[in-house]
Design a protein around this ligand. Structure first.
Ligand SMILES: NC(=O)c1ccc[n+]([C@@H]2O[C@H](COP(=O)([O-])OP(=O)(O)OC[C@H]3O[C@@H](n4cnc5c(N)ncnc54)[C@H](OP(=O)(O)O)[C@@H]3O)[C@@H](O)[C@H]2O)c1
Length: 201
């Protein structure tokens, strides 16, 4: 069954990028190819990917309009964004622009992934949109030894997670968490306020 996995690097204080969308702090960190959380092993299990517009624009700018992903890639945006060329054949890349709710789009993305998993590339709110619907299964983070104090948040939601695995790769802590759902305290609060409303009717 297709799982939805948010696989990303983050600072120790939970930022994907600095306030100017710079990843310079990340790109200079030493990492061992083939080690824990290694991209090549991860991508072998992926059938499709999804990202928000800022992440897409960052990739286009830093890869000079050339697209190295061979898998179907969904880009969520309200704007008309340029399509890249594929690195492999020079033709148009399989980039599918969509907008709207994950409730409507999630199934199309999982279907595109086939028997493999769906990779949520980022940003954090997009991962949160999947989590809001209970459709985010796992989070794999490579945590860099950096704090930024401000920036683009890793996952701006209140969720309980279960730690499944922790390893080290070069400068990074690589952690795999299963998403359990809304924070237990929030679930209790919402069920006690529904019980109170029911008692008042
Ligand atoms: N550290 C890492 O490994 C890593 C991984 C991923 C990303 N990043 C970086 O982190 C930053 C993330 O940026 P971000 O927080 O702005 O998030 P983002 O998800 O990349 O982009 C957010 C934008 O996506 C569009 N969007 C999101 N959900 C949508 C929906 N349901 N329907 C239509 N459009 C939707 C909206 O853009 P419009 O309305 O303008 O179209 C929204 O403003 C970027 O700098 C990226 O490069 C880092």
């Amino acid at each position: 069954m297709t799982r939805t996995i948010y696989y990303t690097a983050t600072t120790l204080d939970g930022y994907l990028a600095d306030p100017d969308d710079s990843l310079d702090w990340l790109l200079r960190q030493p990492q061992e190819a083939g080690g824990a959380g290694d991209y090549d092993s991860f991508i072998r299990g992926i059938g499709a990917l999804v990202m928000g517009a800022t992440t897409y624009e960052w990739l286009l700018e830093h890869e000079q309009g050339v697209w190295s992903y061979e898998l179907p890639a969904f880009v969520l945006t309200h704007r008309d964004l340029p399509s890249p060329r594929s690195t492999t054949n020079g033709g148009p890349a399989d980039v599918r622009f969509r907008q709207g709710g994950i409730a409507e789009l999630g199934q199309e993305m999982r279907d595109a992934a086939g028997a493999n998993d769906l990779w949520v590339v980022g940003g954090g709110d997009l991962a949160g949109q999947f989590a809001d619907l209970g459709q985010l299964d796992e989070i794999v983070t490579s945590i860099a030894p950096v704090v930024l104090g401000a920036g683009r948040p890793l996952l701006p939601r209140r969720l309980d997670l279960e730690l499944m695995q922790v390893e080290r790769n070069g400068a990074f802590i690589v952690a795999r968490h299963r998403v359990l759902g809304s924070l237990a305290e929030d679930q209790e609060r919402s069920s006690s306020s529904s019980a109170q409303r029911a008692a008042e009717v």
